[in-house]
Structures are given as structure tokens and as C-alpha cells.
Design a protein around this ligand. Sequence first.
Ligand code: GDP
Ligand code: MG
Length: 206
Amino acid sequence: MLKYKIIIAGAKDVGKSSFIARFCDNIFKEDMKATIGVDFKRKNITVKGSHKDISLELNIWDFAGEEKYRTLFPAYANGASAAFLLFDTTNKESLEDIDNWVKIIDGSAHSNIVKQVIATKIDLKSEREVSKKDSTEFFQKYDWFTEITSTSSKTGENVEEAFLLVAKKIIKNNLQICKPCGEVFNKKLKNCQYCGAKVEIEVNPI
Ligand SMILES: Nc1nc2c(ncn2[C@@H]2O[C@H](COP(=O)(O)OP(=O)(O)O)[C@@H](O)[C@H]2O)c(=O)[nH]1
Ligand SMILES: [Mg+2]
């Protein structure tokens, strides 16, 4: 099984632990307990490839967003293939805080890390403080920015889709398909680890 580490960044209470709980266990708690330091979950995901389905084991690291724990973050960001950056649509400050998380990630993770922005709590329509337009404008300054996925861990809206999107980006970044034998393996290798064929042209598995 191909294993990848994913980290979840964002201010305290933006909904990081709820996002993970919805994806991994399909549950939601109004009284989610605050994360102390760091937490860890595993979940497999299957992406439909053009040649074959690709299953990944995602190791998902949940961080406490509180200032006092942020010094731990660089150590845990080490080796991550993707980072979710969460802000809470009912809290404008949590959007501004993303700049700090990007700095921390850029300073500690490898440069081709997938970054995916997630807007949380979209079920709380009447409490909304950040519009899609304002948040999209906020992220234009980042060259890695593609799109925001708007989610609700309460209703489950777009949570699985967000993980699937990131899994696809991880595959694009890290894997190639061997033309002769059809197996999927690490992009860094010059020969297929299954049949030994030399890589002539990189073919993306999805
Ligand atoms: N209505 C609603 N509340 C949410 C949602 N996600 C999280 N919450 C609530 O927001 C609070 C903080 O969530 P939590 O996951 O602990 O945030 P964390 O500190 O970023 O891990 C908890 O009371 C959750 O129940 C959501 O999508 N909708
Ligand atoms: Mg938490």
C-alpha cells in the first residue's frame, strides 16, 4: 500500500478535528474535545485511475491550533505530502491566520507539498463572516492556489470530495505509471520497480 502523510493546519476551533472525524469515522460532535498537541488517524482511499484504481493509505495528522503548540508543527510537517489549510467561514480572523500557517509549512515541509484550502462550517449560513469572493481574493497572492473547497463536517458536504481531490493531487505529484507493465510507482525512480523497464516518458496514472 502506498502511504502518504497529510497534515491539517488552521486556527483553534476552525473544525480540523471535526473534518478528520467526518472523513475517517463519518461522525460529527457538537462538543468536539479540543486537541492536545497532536493526534493521528489512518484511512485508505481509492482513486479511479485511467488505467487502474489506485489505493492510498492516508496518515492524517491533526494539530492543536493554539499558539502554544505551534512550535511543534514544523517537526510534524516534516515528510508530509499534503496540507489542508482550514479557515472557518464564520470567523474572519481564522482566514487571516492562514498566512501564518503557510509560512510555517513553507519553512518546514518539502517544496512540492500539495496545499488545499478548505472553508469550513458552511452549514452555519446566518453566521457567515467570509464570502467565497473575499476568501478567493485573499488567496490570489499565493502561486499554488487553485480553488477553495467549501465544506461542512456537520452535514458531511464536500468532506470526502476534499480528500479525494487531495489524493489525486498527491498521485500527480508523486507517482507514475509504467507503460509496459501498467504498475504504478514512485516518480523519482528511473526504472519500473516491478518489471525493470526504463522510464522513457513519464505517464501520469490519473
Ligand atoms: N455547525 C458546524 N459546527 C462545526 C463544524 N465543524 C466543526 N464544528 C464545531 O466547531 C467546534 C470546533 O471544532 P473542532 O473540530 O474541535 O476544531 P479544531 O480546534 O480546529 O480541531 C466544535 O464545537 C465543532 O462541533 C461544521 O461543519 N458545522
Ligand atoms: Mg482539534
